[in-house]
Design a protein around this ligand. Sequence first.
Ligand code: FES
Ligand code: FES
Length: 180
Amino acid sequence: MTAMTVNERPVDFDMDPETPLLHALRDAANLTGTKYGCGVGDCGACMVLVDGEALRSCLITLAEAEGRFITTIEGLSPDRGHPVQQAMVAEQAIQCGFCTPGIVIAAAALLRGNPEPTEAQIREAVPNLCRCGVYPRLVRAIQRASRVGRRRETISAAPAPGIDPADAARAVPGMRVEGE
Ligand code: FES
Ligand code: FES
């Protein structure tokens, strides 16, 4: 068993400790918002917060994640109303959406440490690859999320539909969620 906290819930993964965290999250914890893009650390689609830092979960083993606090896209905001999520929708910075969860995680980590980043800082902190090429809108969205986070602007649009967090972390063979 490898124990850690995922989206504020204690979980034990009964899997090979060398399993990439990405696969444990997707295949055992049913947290499929975290995407498998390249599998080798290039694309950023698999980013999750590990103790508040945006890291590529395809490069982290379960053993390395033991005892740490993991936040996936499903756990970032209970109502999908994080300023980055609101701004990504408002700026139409999503096309197919495959890269979006990793981008949101990277941007959320950036704004947490630097609430008013420059464009250069955004491009450096959010290096995620997007096959649809949303990069200009992506920068605008993160700048807008920065304004929302600093209470210079509000976005009134309803959050985009998505997986209800209550549905996302179901225990399946290979994982035990305490309390279930
Ligand atoms: S799947 Fe992890 S960086 Fe591409
Ligand atoms: S929106 Fe399609 S890969 Fe980024």
